[in-house]
Write a protein that binds this ligand. Structure first.
Ligand code: UD1
Length: 416
């Protein structure tokens, strides 16, 4: 079992370059099977979720080469439309393949998805939307079986703006004749990126970034080379780390607009944040005044994927803060681990009250999901003494070489 050993207390100084966004790359990889031609994705991080998606696509018959930061996908031989449980359980994003497989093969058999345990994570909105497109769906023995012999365009209203359901329905409707309208859809930057990617391949989609997306069916898509948007959550994690630890950190290759909700929170602390084009420079003296209230929301609100990291920051801030988690119901699991380091946190349902303590004390803790795991590393960076973070395979899902990146900033972290 791999773990991080952290000796806390160092300020962070230095520069990092942010790579492509996991939450864009995974649906773009799923979308690649909509063409027989070659797709090249640039600036892809080395993270295990990308490896899992490669395994799934190879299981479908795709040929994939990884060359440096490029992922080269050849789907000319992709002939299977089934994703077995052994592969689907590795990755929740395997559910995006439902839409892609239906578009390519007119049928799909996909085991229920896996991913981090951060709540119920149902897929009812995906299923309802696909049924409205005339797709026949049966749920049998842990599998979702679909065929789309009678697929038709539709006007679909999502019960809530699910990112995955919006992406799945865009992928499922690309080749359906006529105009499909998806209302109350998610507005996340990754949705805009998927629209841009598909349109570059020859699709006709508009509206991404607003709450209504219109997909006009086309006959064929072609291969492309594409650079996905930078990872706003990874960038946000390093900004929070710098705010907590103190120091001067510059991030490049970022889209600051994508993390404006975090920058707005940081501007209420004593940190100084400077933005210049795709660069963000943060200067911090360390321990901050508590942020009074943080509520996670759909984009452009504060992202649930940065909630655990901002909680870690609040544990050592001056004063009391309240975090309301509106997206995933069990995303406060990490609080019990932060408490082992001396944090003072009370949880009641979807609300966490954090009374900042003067210092955390190093201890052994374990990650139970990707972002929660990252927050434990951040807490370890400010804790007095040595912390050990176990089960870091969760962190590897979405952060490339977290310890190496933090070492570049002068942190005392090593992976064993
Ligand atoms: C995506 C992101 C994840 C992020 C989340 C919210 C990827 C690979 N993952 O996950 O990192 O935390 O968006 O920004 O892009 N829901 C239903 N029924 C459904 C679908 C969703 O009730 O059919 C609920 C979920 O339980 C959750 C909320 O909708 O409470 C948001 O989920 P959703 O936007 O679908 O998240 P994901 O696409 O799974």
């Amino acid at each position: 079992m791999k773990e991080y050993i952290i000796n806390g207390g160092q300020p962070l100084d230095g520069a990092l370059e942010i790579k492509g966004a996991k939450n864009s790359i995974l649906p773009l990889m799923a979308a690649s099977i909509l063409t027989d031609e070659i797709t090249v994705l640039h600036n892809c991080p080395n993270i295990s979720d990308v490896d899992s998606m490669i395994n799934i696509l190879e299981g479908l018959g795709s040929k994939i080469i990884r060359s440096g930061r490029d992922v080269i996908i050849d789907n000319s031989m992709t002939d299977k439309s089934e994703i077995p449980a052994s592969l689907a359980k590795e990755l929740r994003s395997s559910v995006f393949l439902l839409g892609s497989l239906l578009s390519r093969h007119k049928k799909a058999k996909v085991a229920y998805p896996g991913g981090c345990d951060i709540g119920l994570r149902p897929i009812d909105i995906h299923i309802t939307g696909l049924r409205e497109l005339g797709i026949e769906i049966q749920e049998q023995g842990g599998y979702i079986l679909c065929n789309c012999l009678n697929a038709k365009s539709a006007d679909i209203v999502l019960d809530l703006p699910s990112v995955g359901a919006t992406e799945n329905l865009m992928l499922a409707s690309v080749f359906i004749k006529g105009k499909t309208v998806i209302r109350n859809c998610a507005k996340e930057p990754e949705i805009v990126d998927l629209q841009k990617f598909l349109n570059t391949m020859g699709a006709k989609i508009r509206g991404a970034g607003s709450s209504v997306i219109v997909v006009e069916g086309v006959d064929k898509l072609h291969g492309i080379e594409y650079t996905p948007i930078p990872d706003r959550i990874v960038a946000g994690t390093y900004l929070i780390a710098a705010a907590m630890c103190g120091g001067n950190v510059e991030l490049s290759g970022v889209n600051p607009e994508h993390i404006s909700s975090l920058i707005s929170k940081l501007s209420k602390t004593t940190c100084k944040v400077h933005i210049k084009n795709d660069r963000i420079l943060i200067r911090s003296k360390g321990r901050q005044k508590s942020l009074e209230c943080i509520e996670t929301m759909y984009y452009p609100g504060f992202p649930t994927d940065l909630q655990s990291q901002i909680m870690a920051m609040q544990t050592v801030s001056r004063g009391t803060s309240v975090i309301v988690e509106n997206i995933f119901e069990t995303r406060f699991k990490t609080a019990s681990q932060l408490k082992k380091l001396g944090a003072d946190i009370t949880i009641k349902g979807r609300v966490a009250v954090i009374r900042g303590v003067k210092e955390l004390i190093g201890a052994e803790v374990a990650a139970s999901d990707l972002r929660g795991g990252a927050s434990l590393v951040l807490a370890g960076l400010v804790a007095k003494g040595t912390s050990i973070v176990k089960d870091i395979h969760y962190i590897d899902r979405g952060y490339e070489d977290l310890s190496v990146e933090l070492q570049k900033l002068g942190a005392n972290v090593r992976r064993t």
